[in-house]
Design a protein around this ligand. Sequence first.
Ligand code: PMP
Length: 439
Amino acid sequence: QPDLQWQSERESNARSYPRRFPLVIHQAKGIKITDTDGKTYYDCLAGAGTLALGHNPDVVTAAIEDVLRRQIPLHTLDLATPLKLEFMQELASLLPEGLRDTAKIQFCGPTGADGVEAAVKLVKTATGGRSILAFSGAYHGSTQATMAMGGNLGKKQHMQSLLPDVHFLPFPYEYRCPFGVGEGQTAAISAQYIENLLDDCESGIAAPCGLIVETVQGEGGAVPADLEWLRQVRRMTAERGIPLIVDEVQTGIGRTGAMFSFEHAGIVPDVIVCSKAVGGGLPMSVVIYKAELDRWQPGAHTGTFRGNQLGMATGLATLRYIREHDVLGNVNARSAQFFEGLRRLQKRHPALGDVRGRGLMIGVEIVDAFGRPDRLGRPPASGELASRIQAACFRRGLIVESGGRHSAVLRFLPPLTISERETAEVLAIFGQAVDEAVA
Ligand code: PMP
């Protein structure tokens, strides 16, 4: 038996992705993981969204074996390879018109944060601007520049200083409307607020280098942006020549039921950041951007590990599988099943304050139904109850992650290939866990 005690004592506390679950993972296939005691769990975290096809899908395993068998070099820096070409062509073919035939594809470091850093440097270089617009509740990574743009301010209050010049705009979080007005008005007021600020030459944000947004805030608690609001943001930024960066690290590659989440709003960003699922389970980030922004000098953004060949093989296998097997159709059908099941459960349990998300990026905001309601009549978020439900899920063989403010949002990020039966089982376990935790 591995010495879990030793491992948990010696691994840095700075990492938190659910280390608190007392299991040692032995094997995994599809949505199921098995621990060293032989107990199985439904994994609705799926590598924080990296494992689009679940654990060890056959096509990914075969792609890795193929690279090794054919002695394809594991790393070639920026040199061309047939595999890299194939991967780039597959990725380009999935882009919407306006990007498909002309966009530049830049391989960045192995993490989403690396991709975001590159995107911000790119628009700074292209526009000569310095400040950047980001949103309340946003999450873009854990490097200093990405943390500076993170809108959950509590998480960074102990850092002495992060990079300056980030201006926060209010994200249209309907359930807890930042303007304290009723439902249905949040997005319109937020859009108007942003436009007023952009037009106010004394607001200090008149000439930002870009605006970065998640179409569904992931770590912020699965908060979807209104689609009309996204169109407004696109219009406002386009009219003022402000590059729009959509952070698709979590939402991209089918997670929301479209290949890229901005497609739901029918918009085309100037810059897209992909990571997580784009590498098919291996570390990779890719920034895709309009060719006119490509004003980098050679060497302006280098680094050793930029797109490794194994990741291109697994990424290519994943992208192809999604395209050829109507995985998006499954995402949309399973999403409807999740929402239906969770909303039914919500009727029985006032502790399920809000059920929201898009595609298979779903969150349930857990509230203290007896607590003092806010101005909108919403009961307070309860991280404590969320954590008890999460623990009850775990005991029953279901792994869900928490996130959002006060860690009160339980998040479902299952593999995109989750079946109808598996979805029903996950919902049944979740229901029992809620029953147990609120009893
Ligand atoms: N952007 C978004 C939207 C994310 O969800 C994340 C990670 N959860 C990141 C950026 C950072 O990615 P990484 O953890 O790979 O640095």
